[in-house]
Design a protein around this ligand. Structure first.
Ligand code: AMP
Length: 194
């Protein structure tokens, strides 16, 4: 079983790379952002609660997010492993995640962090906003707020996982082409499996 966190700021390419990995590996891709967006489009109660935070580029409260993640893990009980994309994003989430994995006798295999400069992130997110119509990608203030929230609440998890996982924490240059980043990730996965 491989349990991998793809880590990085909004626009660093986590979703794109996760989709490329699942084409080759039998892993379940869990993107908390995608699940929130699906709930918003289906007008569920969770979607309504998450929407007000997402519009502003703020984080959905930990309790709600952790409950959602626990539910997702339960619904893919037979999975051969997971790619976590956009979770955990706070220290509380990382601690709760550890407990959840312990309870399920699962462990974290790898964390791969994608490093991208702020200017490149803004450019990518604005472009994605035009292409996808995603509401939180259409307003530069919201985009800059999301990058700031990442720095304030999420970046600290890099040191957290570096300390915790040591040799299984990898930082890669997320400004290369999609294909080159994918090759870097593949090399890490191959090394892990051997
Ligand atoms: P993403 O698609 O990962 O960029 O997430 C889009 C938005 O969903 C974020 O800006 C947050 O508002 C919300 N979100 C996604 N994942 C989380 C999380 N782990 N914790 C809190 N909020 C989240």
């Amino acid at each position: 079983m491989i349990n991998l966190i793809l880590f990085g700021p909004p626009g660093s390419g986590k979703g794109t790379q996760a989709e490329l990995i699942v084409k080759k590996e039998k892993l379940t891709h869990i993107s908390t952002g995608d699940i929130f967006r699906k709930n918003i489009s289906q007008k569920t109660e969770l979607g309504m609660r998450a929407s007000s935070y997402m519009k502003k580029g703020e984080y959905v409260p930990d309790q709600l997010t952790i409950q959602l993640l626990a539910h997702e893990l339960d619904s893919f009980i037979d999975s051969q492993g997971f790619i976590f994309d956009g979770f955990p994003r706070t220290l509380n989430q990382a601690d709760a995640f550890k407990h959840l994995l312990d309870q399920k006798k699962m462990s974290l295999s790898l964390v791969i962090s994608l490093d991208v400069s702020d200017n490149e992130l803004v450019t990518r997110l604005l472009n994605r906003g035009i292409e996808s119509g995603r509401e939180d990608d259409q307003n530069e203030d919201v985009i800059r707020n999301r990058i700031q929230v990442y720095k304030n609440q999420t970046e600290v998890l890099k040191t957290y996982y570096e300390d915790y996982l040591q040799d299984s924490f990898f930082s890669i240059n997320g400004q290369k082409s999609i294909e080159d980043i994918s090759k870097d990730i593949e090399a890490i996965l191959i090394r892990y499996k051997n």
